[in-house]
Design a protein around this ligand. Structure first.
Ligand code: PEP
Ligand code: MN
Length: 335
């Protein structure tokens, strides 16, 4: 149920209404702009009583199964501020970049300097890696998080890194500025709830087999913890053609921007699995209305222990930034 408040409702009246709704256990949420309250369904007689309150403009139902993530609840874009980035602000296109995995202090610090120098606003790097094969490099774990911390100190860039389970989350939350929930865990609802409760911004990656509605309902689990800082990430879905690692669903980006106020970023690295496609798909992401990209860059891609086929070299990354800036500028966005 969605309660739309009158334009000039004073703050204390809103709080009183919220209290009354809490008393009847219908779990109310006030939108960021303070104009709407979402809550669970109540009996028709109770709806009537609330509808009669002066401050209430109207009471309606949600048109979608997800609620807090919907534009019906919050028409205006959510903007998530992390370091110098303003993810979701239509005047900016945020570049998040760094290696797939933290492999050593030298590799991480060198790559961090490169991405910073070229204009990335957020640094990525995996300490706990979800690998398809248990024989592949699994990441440096806690040691990797310590290296990430040094990279942040050295560059001033905030960091995003993944937690694959609740135990890792306990460590990751002490280091990350943004916690990544990877594609494989998009529907791990207990992890989503725990991640939400850390109060850190969450980068939620779409599972390769999830519908857009399933992605939004997964985000809803985080939003329901009271954490409003969720960034959605399109990273490619399963297809029949092995020419690319996944199929980058750019229509999902344009559609998500219609359906939700949450920021949407694109991961062209995991979507395509091919370094030569990362720059064109980044440019396409800008055109599709994405709020940013998350890109894999390695100071020496030939030596990468993880996802080397999709890792951009420093020169490739510099070129990506230059070409992307041109498209972004034409859309009145800044990198
Ligand atoms: C990653 O970003 O490091 C990663 C493993 O991506 P995904 O969860 O999208 O596969
Ligand atoms: Mn990777």
């Amino acid at each position: 149920m969605l309660i739309v408040l009158n334009e000039k409702t004073p703050e204390e009246k809103k709080l009183k209404l919220m209290d009354d709704l809490k008393k009847i256990s219908c779990n109310p949420f006030l939108s960021k702009d303070g104009k709407r309250i979402a809550c669970t369904e109540v009996a028709p007689s109770v709806i009537e009583a609330f509808a009669a309150i002066d401050e209430v403009q109207e009471i309606t139902r949600f048109n979608t199964p997800y609620r807090l993530a919907s534009r019906q609840f919050q028409p205006d874009d959510s903007i998530i501020e992390v370091g110098q980035a303003r993810i979701g602000d239509k005047n900016f296109f945020t570049i998040i970049a760094g290696p797939c995995a933290i492999e050593s202090e030298e590799q991480m610090l060198e790559t961090a300097e490169i991405v910073k120098r070229n204009g990335a606003k957020i640094l990525r790097g995996g300490a706990f890696k979800p690998r398809t094969s248990p024989y592949s490099f699994q990441g440096l774990g806690k040691q990797g998080l310590e290296i990430l911390k040094k990279a942040r100190e050295k560059t001033g860039l905030p960091i995003v890194t993944e937690a694959m389970d609740e135990e890792q989350l306990e460590e990751v939350k002490n280091y990350a500025d943004i916690i990544q929930i990877g594609a494989r865990n998009m529907q791990n609802y207990s992890l989503l709830k725990k991640a939400g409760k850390t109060r850190k911004p969450i980068l939620l990656k779409r599972s390769p087999s999830a519908t857009i509605e399933e992605l939004l309902l997964a985000a809803e689990y985080i939003l329901l913890t009271g954490n409003q800082n969720v960034i959605l990430c399109e990273r490619g879905i399963k297809g029949f053609d092995s020419s690319t690692r996944n199929v980058l669903d750019l229509s999902a980006v344009a559609l998500l921007k219609e359906l939700t106020h949450l920021p949407v970023v694109v991961d062209p690295s995991h979507a395509t699995g091919r370094k030569e496609l990362v720059t064109p798909m980044t440019k396409a992401a800008v055109a599709a209305g994405a709020d940013g990209v998350i890109i894999e860059v390695h100071c020496n891609p030939e030596q990468a222990l993880c996802d080397k086929e999709q890792a951009l070299s420093p020169a490739d990354f510099a070129n990506l930034i230059q070409e992307t800036a041109e498209i972004a500028e034409s859309m009145e966005k800044q990198l």
